[in-house]
Design a binder for this molecule. Structure first.
Ligand SMILES: NC(=O)c1ccc[n+]([C@@H]2O[C@H](COP(=O)([O-])OP(=O)(O)OC[C@H]3O[C@@H](n4cnc5c(N)ncnc54)[C@H](OP(=O)(O)O)[C@@H]3O)[C@@H](O)[C@H]2O)c1
Length: 309
């Protein structure tokens, strides 16, 4: 721990421009995020840079709704979009990306393999379909959406093949608890680079964060603003007054300062802009702790050991 702290301070002094960037590594030294602005990235274990902040498009309708959301996000400076086969809006994401005119290599697109493709042993077909709908030659990050019991280790071997084929820049998992990851590590030649899980002030799972970081896996938060319910938390209201930022902005900033990639969803232009306006303030260590202490281990979404879809 002490050595880590010294290394952290040393690196901080050496590489990070004073007053501008924040370098984070939590308890371990493996996750370093630069969070000056929307272009800020975290380096995955294979060297790929992943933008720390992105737009989620769950429950965003295929067609004009998703196309507008992605368009507004890209105009606001977002460079990272998180979709999934099951969201049924990959074509719209692809349309908006192509229409933006932004070079493909400046964007980071994540999509996820749905559970049926695991159950039916059609992993490769699921991947090909997503790639086609997204109208791109490669996906930046491809995730196993849920740890389907009895299936996810075999699925991972196909994910590794896809990675080796060069058509994804990184592979990872979603909704994996420590025991799922330990099972995966037993058969993996390539470790997942990311674990995307439900994460917000009522579900921190610090042990899982530490475990992922210790294994060079980036931790990524889904439902980071509790689908709007962070606005009902009194402590966040106090912090909102203190920092002159909204509760949503406080929580998204908390993610980044914890070294967690975050992907809030909105279909409204104003909110898309507002949610990303978090690079001009910094939460104190004491306030970070206060937010950590809101943890109730409460899942609003399905539990990774008991999902039925
Ligand atoms: N891997 C997984 O299993 C998994 C599961 C769930 C989600 N995800 C990913 O994570 C992303 C984010 O999670 P999420 O969509 O569940 O929830 P979220 O980002 O925590 O919240 C989205 C909800 O909050 C509202 N909202 C957005 N900005 C707001 C603001 N500034 N003030 C008040 N309300 C605001 C949105 O409404 P409007 O759209 O009307 O603005 C929407 O109803 C998803 O879109 C998806 O990409 C992954």
């Amino acid at each position: 721990m002490v050595i880590n702290q010294i290394l952290k301070n040393y690196i901080w002094e050496l590489f990070i421009p004073k007053g501008k960037a924040i370098c984070l590594s939590n308890k371990y030294f493996y996750i370093t995020m630069i969070i000056n602005d929307l272009k800020g990235t975290v380096q995955l274990s294979n060297g790929v840079s992943m933008p720390c902040f992105g737009l989620g498009v769950f429950k965003t309708q295929e067609g004009s709704e998703v196309e507008n959301a992605v368009k507004w996000a890209l105009e606001a400076g977002y460079r990272h979009i998180d979709t999934a086969a099951i969201y049924r809006n990959e074509r719209g994401v692809g349309n908006a990306v192509r229409a933006s005119g932004i070079p493909r290599n400046e964007l980071f697109i994540t999509t996820k393999l749905w559970n049926d493709n695991q159950r039916n042993d059609t992993v490769m077909a699921g991947f090909e379909e997503s790639l086609g709908l997204l109208q791109t030659d490669y996906i930046d990050l491809y995730l196993i959406h849920w740890p389907v019991k009895g299936k996810f280790t075999a699925t991972w071997k196909v994910m590794e093949d896809i990675y080796r084929s060069g058509r994804v820049r990184a592979i990872g998992v979603s909704n994996f608890l420590q025991h799922h990851l330990e099972d995966l590590f037993r058969i993996a030649d390539i470790k997942p680079m990311v674990n995307q899980v439900e994460c917000h002030p009522y579900l921190v799972q610090q042990q899982l964060i530490d475990f992922c970081h210790a294994h060079h896996m980036v931790y990524e938060a889904w439902s980071p603003i509790m689908r709007g319910k962070v606005n009902d938390i009194p402590l966040l209201e106090e912090l909102s007054d203190k920092y002159h930022k909204s509760q949503v902005q406080i929580v998204l900033r908390w993610d980044l300062q914890k070294g967690i990639v975050t992907i809030p969803k909105s279909v409204h232009q104003e909110r898309i802009r507002h949610n990303a306006d978090i690079f001009d303030f910094e939460l104190s260590a004491e306030d970070m702790d206060l937010i950590d202490k809101l943890d109730k281990n409460h899942h609003f979404g399905a539990h990774p050991d008991n999902f039925t879809f």
